[in-house]
Design a protein around this ligand. Structure first.
Ligand SMILES: [Zn+2]
Length: 81
């Protein structure tokens, strides 16, 4: 059984899939049994998820087209000059 300190050391590698099978299972087993490390692991995942999600956030590619369409529609209105 790994100690909490050992898990804290490798849990990042675990998330990145860098641990070999046996170490991975040791980490998972510890996370199942240890509240403190599980909390730490969840926080790490949450932070990592945020960091990963940011660059992939969709920049709303339709926003410009929608604006343009609205502008054209207004320009083509009979009453507009
Ligand atoms: Zn622990």
């Amino acid at each position: 059984m790994m100690t909490c300190a050992q898990v804290a050391d490798v849990v990042r590698d675990h998330e990145l899939g860098r641990l070999p099978g046996r170490a991975r299972w040791s980490v998972r087993l510890h996370l199942l049994m240890c509240d403190g490390c599980r909390r730490y692991w969840r926080q790490l995942r949450a932070v990592a998820g945020l960091l990963q999600a940011q660059p992939e956030a969709p920049p709303e590619p339709d926003a410009e087209a929608a604006l343009l369409a609205r502008f054209r529609a207004r320009r083509d209105e009979p009453g507009a000059s």
